[in-house]
Design a protein around this ligand. Sequence first.
Ligand SMILES: C[S@@+](CC[C@H](N)C(=O)[O-])C[C@H]1O[C@@H](n2cnc3c(N)ncnc32)[C@H](O)[C@@H]1O
Ligand code: SF4
Length: 400
Amino acid sequence: MVKKRVKFTLKSIEYNEAKSMYHVSSKDIGIYIHVPFCKSICPFCPYYKVIYSDTIVKDWLKYLINEIEIVKNIVYEFSDVRVEWVYFGGGTPSVLSPEEFRVVIEAINNHFDVRGDIGIEANPLDLSVDYVSKLLDLGISKISIGVQSFNDKYLYMLRRSEAGKSREILRILNDIVREFNIHINVDILFSIPGQRIDDFINDVKTAINVGVNQVTIYPLILAKYLRMHKDIIEGRLPKQPSLAMELEMLRKGKELLEDHEYNISTIWSWSKSTNIYETVSNEMEGEYIGFGPGAFSLVGLREHMNIPSIKRWCYSLMNNKMLKYVNKLSREELLWRAFANNLYLSKINISYLKSKYSNTKNISKVLKVIKILRILRYIRKGNTLTWRGHKLSHILKRTS
Ligand SMILES: C[S@@+](CC[C@H](N)C(=O)[O-])C[C@H]1O[C@@H](n2cnc3c(N)ncnc32)[C@H](O)[C@@H]1O
Ligand code: SF4
């Protein structure tokens, strides 16, 4: 999940001008593929997506391959760059057939030296043992499943297409966990309008009982422009739980997961293995290249977002142009981001901050802030967050 503050300017970039946009400074990068299709649209979702159709997927696939080839061809430095992760996010990547995944993965492998895992986001009802086994054959080794809740009452409230099918979701998850030795994350939402704390805890317990390696609990964050926000304001839906209740949900979820040997990997995610499904943190600091309409990239000191319109994205690629919102960052901004990312990861890595940002003006300020946070008991010995620090990080992240 990614949330960005928008201070970008829209630029139409000729391919031959785009070199500086892709001037990679590190040896290891990531690749993000945005699959902007959903079979139905959820009223709480802030991501760029359109309704799925066969024809629109065909266009997307054609221009995606085009975009991968163009980016590779204009950036000669890629020759010695390793790709440490590939994530397919959305939208809903699991609407793609194994054959469509094959075409994209082949294009990436043809142009990049992929060393790390390939992960995808999925809707539970798109999955089956047969489908997952085909994905494994293609080299996909992590699946993040958007369950949101195992309780039909809340699936209806969220207007999920899975509403009324919670038993089927559970059966599919059980089948997959039993059948495959693959990293499975399950996303569960909390702070749903009218949600009772016990219902949320039952959702976490169900995920634990299924035996998935990772559980991510996201607080439902409703920007003002979203339909669900309007429905709450106009009284068609109950209010979200108070902040105090939300923090209590987080505390109980955390305790339950840690009691069951899940280790904290971010303030909202716990995993049984060292291998985690994590996109937010990867995308905060980069470097990574995003493909597809609405995809972000963070390369060097530039962050760019492909135009979030499938039609305009296809049309510009057809005309040898890239339509991008571009935001130039400073090293100082990157340092503060890295610090915020450490807070999100629930562990402050001081030697990393010092070595990577030693020549920034604000490094001493950041180190001072860390010292104060330690004195005020937001950070404990070993530089992990205390519960006090966890709450602070939660509030900062959900309001950023
Ligand atoms: C972009 S979705 C992709 C997965 C898939 N389409 C799905 O809905 O299951 C990834 C995750 O973002 C989370 N998400 C979506 N909207 C959110 C919101 N408004 N607040 C918090 N989390 C949200 C959901 O938990 C979802 O599983
Ligand atoms: S939450 Fe998932 S299924 Fe729902 S609209 Fe967003 S991306 Fe699509």
